[in-house]
Ligand binder design. Structure first.
Ligand SMILES: [Zn+2]
Ligand SMILES: [Zn+2]
Length: 333
């Protein structure tokens, strides 16, 4: 791998652009060719002519973009030719179908991570370290305070909270992102029970997509589809937007929990007003960000979103050239 005079990826008004291959990665404006890292709303936007993404994410992308969208699914690791550039997708371990984008041109290799994590996740393929000259990484949780407990530990905490609430005769309403987090909770809880869990409609449709993809999860029922359900003692998964909405009234007395990396910090738990916080994130924590940046062997690291300052300072101190890229990607909101 030689050093490159011109960057393979640049930020343009439409998004991250590869001039050599004439395509965009997760563009924020409609373009001709969009290579997609994953289907979260800040990375997959409607309106582009053609989308290229990893095959396990096809069902989710179809649901988000509709049947008419021009989507080309590709297998992980299979090289595609874009003019003089070679492109391949590699698992990012973030959500089902999430991918890093590897681009090779004239002996130089760049990798765009999208969002990623290094923890085991039964709902998607594990992150693969891809060697490169330049690595474009996220930095959502790039502060030393963000360190994740094991998913099994967190699943047990959720299960115990649910049981304690049941003993009190009340419902447990767990807020988690509808795409990725909810399915992961349903998969991790299989270690403790085989009881059904109730779902908000926004979560239920995506759980069905995961189920069709072969992901094993607890049995589920959609809230509101059965008359006169008694929710005392039940566990309900809902997107964060449902908190405080009239939809909540049917549950009667209940305890609320939130599953997110942000719950690692006590002040965040209080401010957001949940009874319980569970530290479960689909993003890399501080040690995982550092390990990953080093493991790629990249001589240059560019950070797209999150607490990029601290991480780029740390990497620069370690002798790895690092800086920030201004993008329109969001973190774990
Ligand atoms: Zn994401
Ligand atoms: Zn993101």
């Amino acid at each position: 791998m030689s050093s490159d005079p011109e960057p393979l990826i640049t930020v343009t008004a439409n998004g991250l652009y590869c001039r050599a291959g004439d395509f965009y990665i997760d563009p924020w404006q409609p373009v001709r060719t969009a290579v997609i890292t994953h289907a979260h709303a800040d990375h997959l936007r409607a309106g582009s002519e053609g989308y290229i993404l990893a095959r396990p994410g096809l069902g989710i992308a179809r649901q988000r973009l509709g049947d008419d969208a021009g989507i080309t699914p590709v297998e992980y690791g299979v090289p595609l030719t874009f003019g003089p550039a070679t492109v391949s997708l590699h698992p990012a371990g973030h959500i089902l179908g999430s991918a890093q984008v590897r681009i090779e041109h004239e002996g130089t290799v760049w990798v765009v991570s999208g969002d990623y994590k290094r923890q085991a996740d039964p709902t998607c393929a594990a992150f693969e370290v891809v060697s490169c000259d330049s690595f474009i990484s996220e930095a959502t949780f790039a502060l030393p305070v963000y360190r994740w407990p094991t998913p099994a530990q967190v699943a047990e905490e959720i299960f115990r909270w649910w049981r304690t609430n049941r003993e009190r005769g009340i419902a447990s309403v767990l807020f988690c992102y509808a795409l990725g987090k909810a399915q992961r909770v349903l998969a991790e809880l299989r270690a403790f029970t085989d009881e059904p869990v109730y779902l908000h409609g926004a979560v239920a449709s995506l759980v069905e997509v995961y189920r069709s993809a072969g992901v094993l999860m607890l049995p589920t029922r959609q809230v509101g589809t059965e008359r006169k359900t008694d929710y005392r003692g039940a566990l309900i998964l809902a997107p964060p937007g449902a908190i405080g909405s009239p939809w909540m009234r049917r549950f009667g007395e209940h305890s609320t929990g939130f599953c997110s990396g942000w719950m690692r910090v006590r002040g965040d738990r209080r401010r957001r007003g949940y009874d319980r916080g569970f530290v479960l994130s689909d993003h890399a924590d501080w040690p995982a960000l550092i390990d990953t940046c080093k493991a790629t062997g990249a001589k240059r690291i560019l950070l797209t979103h999150g607490y990029s300052d601290g991480l780029s300072r740390y990497l620069n101190e370690q002798g790895i050239a690092a800086g920030a890229l201004q993008t329109h990607f969001g973190g774990e909101e």
